[in-house]
Design a protein around this ligand. Sequence first.
Ligand SMILES: [Fe+2]
Length: 308
Amino acid sequence: MAKSKLNFKNNIKLSNARHKKTGVFKLRGLPISIKDGKLLLSKDASSLPVQKRTLGEAKRFLKDPASKTKIKNLYLMYRSVKLKKDGLVFKKNNATYDITVINPGFLGEEFVKTIGHAHPNKPQTKTTYPEIYEVIKGKALFLFQEISPQINHSVGHFGKNARIYLIKAGTGEKVIVPPGFGHVSINIGSEPLVLSNIQATNFKSDYSFFKKHRGAAYYITNNRQLITNNKKIKKNIRINQLNPHKSASFLLEKNPNYKNQINFKIVKPKKIFKTPLYQAFIKNPKKFEFLRYPEKHIQFFNPKNLFR
Ligand SMILES: [Fe+2]
């Protein structure tokens, strides 16, 4: 047990060292590299054509819709990434493995983020589809915001008892999005943030809630003026003190489009398994049955079981 833990850590160190030296980061266990923020696939692998998210598309989700940036594409989305030999495994299990590369930087005072979305209800059930993320490389902050009805916590709309979790995750960590939570991924590091995810294939993401509210209930910013001038820090602005590491510090600023005071928790993901997500799925797709049949795993999705 101890030996395999050590190997896992060494793998991460080797990959990072290679990245610094060549600018190319090879995904562990896959013949796929990231170079200058773009995915390079070997001839054994494939993906759907890359989708690019521009500032123009993201403006309606930002604290400052007039913010400018030199970043051409905020993030790149590679859907259905797979080794050709594994195509049937994904098809049989109605699952997709995707990779998102989020550039580092700021949009006004906000860290670059995905615009955020929710998943629809699974037909004939009272639960929405969940998802699992993995940080392949970089420093991620996931914002999960309860916006949909759920069996154990039926808010039906974004009420004052709704929950928000901010999950800090680094290289190798996996994070499960429980049913009922909209989600935003934020790059709080200074390098491209590379995420993978697996979810069921038979639904479409819904962007309307976050569009209507101009983002999630909190904006993640680096408003230095507020950080240095304590007098200006009001109740709705908190400094993250859990990790004083300079490149990972951030502020939470309440989005004024939400009328209620909404409480949040800053947490870390519980360790689920140490194998890279892709390999874990290919080796044992049954382990990921909760993605297709969330209604059978309601207790598993209790945030107490997912976060620490
Ligand atoms: Fe999602």
